[in-house]
Design a protein. Structure first.
Length: 367
């Protein structure tokens, strides 16, 4: 018992010493600390008061949220939850979306964890097998007994995840190829890569989506057309690939020249040199930049609303504006806060995994 008391006393002493050194080391540091605590208290108090204390938790329409002084209107979220998650996907077929999520997690989680055997087979599953299964599950196949569900019925988080995951999976390898092409010694390949990268980076994503959705069909033969969602996926993937190429190129430039010369001295071919020596080191150096591009891409999925696709944010906005039954002073704020929290949850998860992976690979180690 005495030993436990001594340990507690030591912990308190360490905490007090840390606070004195980092928070109250001078009058300026003390003032900033107190100011920060005051701002934190004001923000936390306001959020708790609006989201919990004055919030409305039950109700079948907006009348429950029209009470004077009411806070968040959470019945709006619970009532529209399936709409926000799946859009207008048929209720009887929602199991197909859920099964797709389960299959994705079954391959992604062990692939991201260290020490799990069979990484090569897991990678093949996620890059080749899973996309085929997901396509037939989500769109349907008569020969499998699955009714066809057109993409105009998709919406909410489903569209957000489809656009983000396809964009991330496609932009990463394309970005690597573009980065290598920009550093190529062949003038034609180098300048084609430069023109593509600089052109795409010079226009906003809205323009790329508009071109892919509206202008691209004008350049195709009359009988050739493809789905609007597919056009958006192509536009998002190419747009993200241009930024990814510059991130990867920064990592390639950070590799010492001696690494290239050593690979050449060993008689390695260009694919061997890049795949076994240069790229693993370069990608490890730019993990923060890569994940930052992924996070930006995930948030940019909300721009697909401009071409008529309703992602999570778009369908929340539509529900707020179109359903008069739920009109209340705090309905809009509640819907946007919910959408913001979902976006933050995914982005924060990617950020934490990036930090963990960076630490594990010692990419942040200083020499």
């Amino acid at each position: 018992m005495q030993r436990m008391r001594d340990m507690d006393r030591t912990s308190w002493q360490v905490a007090i010493q840390w606070a004195q050194v980092n928070l109250f080391s001078s009058w300026w540091s003390t003032a900033l600390t107190l100011f920060g605590l005051l701002i934190s208290y004001w923000i936390i108090h306001a959020v708790v008061d609006w989201a919990i204390i004055r919030a409305v938790f039950t109700g079948s329409d907006g009348s429950a949220c029209r009470v004077p002084g009411a806070g968040a209107c959470w019945p709006f979220i619970t009532n529209k939850f399936k709409l926000f998650m799946y859009g207008r996907y048929p209720l009887d077929e929602l199991w197909r979306v859920n099964l797709t999520y389960v299959l994705a997690l079954a391959g992604l989680v062990p692939l991201m964890l260290p020490g799990v055997p069979g990484k090569l087979w897991l990678s093949i599953y996620m890059l080749v097998v899973f996309p085929i299964i997901a396509y037939f599950l989500l769109t349907g196949a008569v020969w499998l007994g699955l009714p066809i569900v057109t993409t105009d019925l998709w919406g909410g988080l489903l569209v957000t995840l489809v656009v983000a995951c396809v964009g991330i999976a496609a932009s990463f390898p394309i970005g690597i190829v573009l980065a290598l092409a920009r550093r190529s010694e062949l003038p034609l390949i180098k300048w084609l890569a430069i023109i593509f990268i600089e052109f795409v980076r010079g226009v906003p994503l809205v323009t790329v989506l508009f071109f892919a959705s509206v202008m691209l069909p004008l350049f195709l033969p009359e009988n050739v057309t493809f789905d609007k969602l597919l056009r958006a996926l192509i536009g998002v993937a190419l747009f993200a690939a241009a930024y990814m190429a510059e991130v990867v190129r920064g990592g390639l430039q950070a590799i010492p020249r001696g690494q290239f010369e050593a690979a050449d001295a060993l008689g390695m071919s260009y694919p061997q040199k890049m795949g076994l020596i240069v790229l693993p080191q370069a990608l490890k150096l730019v993990i923060p930049g890569i994940v930052n591009s992924f996070i930006a891409l995930f948030k940019d999925t909300s721009l697909v609303l401009i071409i008529g696709l309703f992602d999570l944010l778009g369908i929340v906005k539509q529900a707020i504006q179109s359903d008069a039954k739920w009109f209340a002073p705090q309905t809009a704020a509640t819907g946007y806060v919910f959408a913001a929290f979902v976006f933050w949850l995914f982005c924060f998860g990617m950020s934490r995994y990036s930090a963990w992976l960076e630490t594990r690979l010692n990419s942040g180690q200083r020499h």
